[in-house]
Write a new protein. Sequence first.
Length: 165
Amino acid sequence: MMTQLIACPICAWSPDNPVYVLLYETDTWRVVLAPNQALVGRCILHLKRHCADLADLTADEVFDWLAVIKVMENALRTAFDATLFNVSCYMNHAYRENPPNPHIHWWFVPRYNHAVELQDWTFEDPEFGNPYRHDLLLEAPQALHQEIGARIRLALEDSRTRQNK
């Protein structure tokens, strides 16, 4: 019996992708800036190897995931003064396809109890203190999207510099 290979968009990610901008990576995880920036700094953390189930993560991958979360929390606090973070792993969209082809990834969503000003934009979190609304969408213009990514990368670099002193 021949098994059909199913394309995985997460596995096919490329570092020159202008929509999912690379922010940070480890040996096991990659962090990219999400296209939806309604909550400024929203990222996606995805496992570099194809894995469909959280129960199949190795202990090293779980510990590394926690380290990535800590790094990204510090960076988003530095870059935009984020108040708190929502981290979720839904994977529902994969099951809209037949056959499904899930790939472990986490939504990392900074939340704000204040407005964030960037370029000529004001980012607000109207549901702060409640679960964020999934229908709150902002596909930022490319220049703004790139600046958001640049600020996060600068915060990541500043954090590494402070740790090495």
